[in-house]
Design a protein around this ligand. Structure first.
Ligand code: 0GY
Length: 317
């Protein structure tokens, strides 16, 4: 794949560029598989990064994303607005418009967004908004503003994607459970996978999903959550354990309990990773460890994302 660039912007010191030589996965994705969590960055020269951003990435264009889609064997993408673009959704919307109908999007909007702007985004393929509570990524937005946005976008049949850290779930519980739409949690609510999968932290997340049938979860980002990391493969202590093996019990548990409310995505181009950049082909090879039967794989990768993002289309077989 072509090399990342940084447009007219200087990248955040230590920024890790996405991996240009992803392997071809051994796991054959089911027909019609959707990469339901990925981003585009810029290019900065065409779609400038937002003044309020907390990081400046390398560029990661729609053409590069769609080349990865084809290389890995996905049919479609769901492009989630990245915080480095703030509430300026032009790069994401431009990618949707040039996808030939193969991409849908999740936007970031402010209270000031007009109905006309929401309609234009809907026409381009946006089907949700993202509320981000990860403090290193965004400034605080008052909850009454978010609730107002959620109530407005519900009229378009959109959903809310929420991104938060597991330690913050107790405090955010009342707000999340008041949301009037389908609610999709990014990366299982970022559990600390060094804690037991049977412990109170993950039990709260399971309770959140069990008690609220409108809550879905992405079982994505093992590379972000893992403590053992990709090197586990080489470690004697973890002999036989796949890369990111410590994430498997968490993700597998969610897939098996809630098979019709889970999604998976690459998270390309993997913002803010500090110690390694994953090979996206190996990430795809992680899927059969967490969705262990063809039926679960089809639900995770095809049926569920099609139901949420392309409900008007027949599910590919
Ligand atoms: C992710 C994770 C991160 C960043 C963003 O929009 C973003 O900047 O989502 C992160 O830094 O954890 O899901 O892409």
């Amino acid at each position: 794949m072509t090399k990342p660039t940084s447009g007219d912007f200087t990248k955040t010191p230590g920024w890790m560029d996405w991996y240009t030589g992803p392997s071809r996965p051994s796991f054959k994705l089911p027909t019609g598989a959707v990469d339901a969590h990925c981003h585009v960055f810029g290019p900065g020269a065409e779609f400038p990064y937002a003044p309020e951003r907390k990081y400046t990435p390398c560029d990661a264009s729609k053409a590069q994303l769609y080349a990865l889609r084809d290389h890995l064997g996905f049919a479609r993408n769901v492009i989630v607005q990245a915080t480095c673009h703030g509430a300026d959704n032009r790069a994401m919307v431009n990618a949707l418009v040039h996808s030939g109908g193969k991409a849908r999007g999740v936007a970031t909007v402010k209270r000031s967004v007009t109905d006309g702007e929401l309609q234009a985004m809907h026409d381009a393929g946006v089907r949700g908004v993202r509320f981000n509570f990860v403090k290193r990524l965004v400034d605080f937005t008052p909850k009454d503003e978010l609730l107002e946005i959620a109530t407005r976008i519900a009229k378009w049949g959109w959903h809310v994607v929420i991104y938060f850290e597991a330690v913050d779930l107790p405090e955010l519980w009342d707000f999340f459970t008041a949301l009037p739409t389908t609610v999709v949690v990014d990366h299982m609510g970022r559990p600390d996978v060094a804690l037991p999968v049977d412990g109170p932290q993950f039990a709260l997340f399971e309770k959140f999903m069990r008690e609220h049938s409108n809550v879905w979860s992405k079982v994505s980002c093992p590379e972000r959550l893992s403590v053992t990391g990709p090197k586990a493969l080489k470690s004697e202590q973890n002999a036989g354990m796949p890369s990111y093996g410590d994430v498997i019990p968490f993700a597998r548990r969610i897939v098996e309990q809630f098979p019709d409310r889970v999604l998976w995505g690459t998270d390309w181009p993997h913002p803010n990773l500090k110690d390694h950049m994953p090979d996206d082909g190996l990430l795809v090879d992680f899927i059969p460890h967490i969705a262990v039967t063809p039926d679960l794989q089809r639900q995770l990768l095809v049926d569920n994302p099609m139901r949420l993002y392309w409900p008007e289309e027949a599910v590919p077989r």
